[in-house]
Design a protein around this ligand. Structure first.
Ligand code: ZN
Length: 298
């Protein structure tokens, strides 16, 4: 299902989106009786050593904050999809060479070679070509880093159209910003599928990507309903930490702060309705949470 994103915003689409998603949380439950098993697996691609204000705007300025870099695999029956890919494998070898000094000074990566995307997904017996699809939340370096692993595989990679335009604009500058040109050097050999709006990946309301612009111009998040009854919002950088959610604190880094706040209110609404938000870069949230090869449970 595709919904034009501009119309979506014009018509107060966030609220409608929340209502639509709440319907997924409730009315579609009966459809799951015959649906394939759906599980989520979480991975951490190392840690970024940063400062609190870069995640929580104007909050505890200068206080060190070591945040995990998560990506996910979702199993739907015998099909697997990935949501984000973490950092490029080169970040485990020479981060300053790959990301540049300025980025590494603000977000110092601590990553081992075995934490790279294609190495970690072997824990579930998979290689990149086995995936049915990959969804990229946005083009930043700690999410889109292993795009090259999809080169030549034909695996569709879903990115919002606006994000793809921004990526192309950014890489044309040749500069290392939160978008690293080297992450996209193989982009012409990757089966990029630009999307504009919502996409119900399997057509059964179990895995739905939806636009959450604000942190970047074309950010997207995923709603997952697992077969053991969890309703998960894999927000990625639309909501860095639980504190952003509960205290309504804007992200430290955002393309559009008001839009970021609308996402946060949207997520709070969904949380009230029974969904659980998974905040990507929240070290306290992840304490004790099972990582792959164990199934993720909230
Ligand atoms: Zn991030």
């Amino acid at each position: 299902m595709n919904l034009n994103r501009r119309d979506f915003f014009k018509t107060g689409g966030y609220a409608l989106g929340a209502i639509g998603l709440s319907q997924m949380l409730t009315f579609k439950a009966h459809a799951l009786d015959s649906a394939p098993d759906v599980d989520v697996y979480a991975f951490h691609c190392g840690v970024l050593k940063t400062k609190t204000q870069y995640l929580l705007k104007n909050t505890r300025i200068g206080v060190p904050f070591d945040v995990p870099v998560p990506f996910f695999l979702i199993r739907h029956g015998s099909s697997w999809i990935a949501f984000d890919t973490g950092n490029n494998a080169a970040v485990a070898i020479d981060p300053e060479k790959y990301w540049g000094k300025a980025i590494c000074d603000a977000y110092t990566p601590v990553m081992k070679p075995h934490e790279a995307f294609k190495v970690q997904i072997k824990k579930l017996g998979l290689k990149p070509a086995d995936l049915k699809a990959v969804i990229m939340s946005h083009g930043h370096l700690d999410h889109c880093g292993a795009l090259e692993d999809l080169s030549g595989t034909g695996v569709p990679v879903y990115i919002q159209e606006d994000e793809l335009s921004e990526i192309k604009k950014q890489i044309a500058t040749g500069k290392k910003t939160a978008y690293i040109p080297e992450d996209f050097k193989m982009i012409n050999t990757v089966n990029i599928q630009p999307k504009n709006g919502l996409l119900d990946i399997f057509g059964d309301s179990t895995v739905v990507l939806f636009p959450t612009p604000g942190h970047t111009v074309g950010h997207q998040s995923i709603f997952v309903r697992t077969s053991d009854g969890q309703s998960l919002i894999l927000a990625q950088d639309a909501c860095y930490t639980l504190e952003n959610l509960t205290a309504s604190i804007p992200p430290g880094l955002a393309y559009d702060i008001p839009a970021s706040m609308v996402n946060i209110y949207h997520f709070r609404t969904m949380s009230i309705m029974g969904a659980h938000l998974v905040p990507p870069h929240d070290p306290d949230f992840w304490k004790g949470k099972p990582l792959a090869p164990q199934k993720f449970i909230i």
